[in-house]
Design a protein around this ligand. Structure first.
Ligand SMILES: *Cc1c(COP(=O)(O)O)cnc(C)c1O
Length: 236
């Protein structure tokens, strides 16, 4: 009888060495304009990769799963700023409220209210970004302009003292079409300028990832979220 050895399928995840990670971080930190901050998106990556980035001077890390972020927060140095960049379920807010620095993906008023409630329980004010849908794809979360205007009105009518809206977050369409991406970034910047007239603290414009952050900065991004360029590709 012949047995056929089926080779294990190679995972697509590509982990970079500590030196490679540190080189990427240093290059990014050296080249970014002063008004742009870097969120190192470390989702799915092991603690040792975050430690490498930390040793190269990186202090802001972005995660999209609450359990993973909390486990990393418990173990890694306490001066790290943890940013939740994923979609947030209302019932998960309580787990991050004790320590999260910035929640990027706030896409409904109900979520803001829950963040306010949990922040108050922890005697904190939690910074939040309102997610704006700038992409053509149906699947992306976020407010459109009309909904955003409603949220601003809601916040004026019912201030949430333990929440500070510090800006907007957006994701461009996943496409090769640079003109389209540029237009979407421009739209986000316009909306950001509009929001700042209503909410003074709302200065952050969080947009741009590994593939498009240079374009994003050209079009006014003040916070980029870069994962695979720093840590290598992920296999999920
Ligand atoms: C994963 C993720 C990123 C980083 O993507 P890369 O292409 O790996 O740089 C940025 N923003 C959000 C919201 C993400 O989920």
């Amino acid at each position: 009888m012949i047995t056929v050895q089926i080779e294990k399928i190679q995972p697509l995840q590509h982990n970079l060495s500590k030196m490679e990670i540190q080189k990427q971080i240093k290059e990014l930190l050296d080249t970014l304009p002063d008004h742009v901050s870097l969120v190192a998106v470390s989702k799915t990556k092991p603690n040792q990769d975050l430690e490498a980035a930390y040793q190269a001077g990186q202090r802001i890390f972005g995660e999209n799963k609450i359990q993973e972020m909390t486990q990393k927060w418990e173990i890694l140095p306490k001066d790290i700023e943890w940013h939740m960049i994923g979609h947030v379920q209302t019932n998960k807010v309580k787990y991050m409220a004790p320590y999260v620095t910035l929640i990027h993906g706030v896409d409904r008023y109900k979520l803001l209210k829950e963040i306010n409630k949990q922040a108050a329980k922890n005697n904190r004010i939690i910074d939040c970004l309102l997610q704006v849908n700038i992409a053509e794809e149906e699947t992306k979360f976020g407010f459109n302009r009309t909904e955003l205007e409603e949220v601003v009105l809601d916040l004026k009518a019912n201030p949430l003292p333990n929440v500070r809206v510090t800006g907007l977050m957006g994701m461009a369409t996943f496409t090769e079409n640079k003109d389209q991406i540029r237009t979407e970034f421009k739209n986000l910047k316009n909306t950001s300028d509009w929001l700042q007239k209503h909410i003074q603290d709302a200065k952050i414009c969080s947009t741009g990832m590994s593939g498009d952050y240079e374009l994003a900065i050209e079009e006014g991004s003040t916070m980029i979220r870069v994962g695979s360029k720093i840590f290598g590709s992920r296999n999920y």
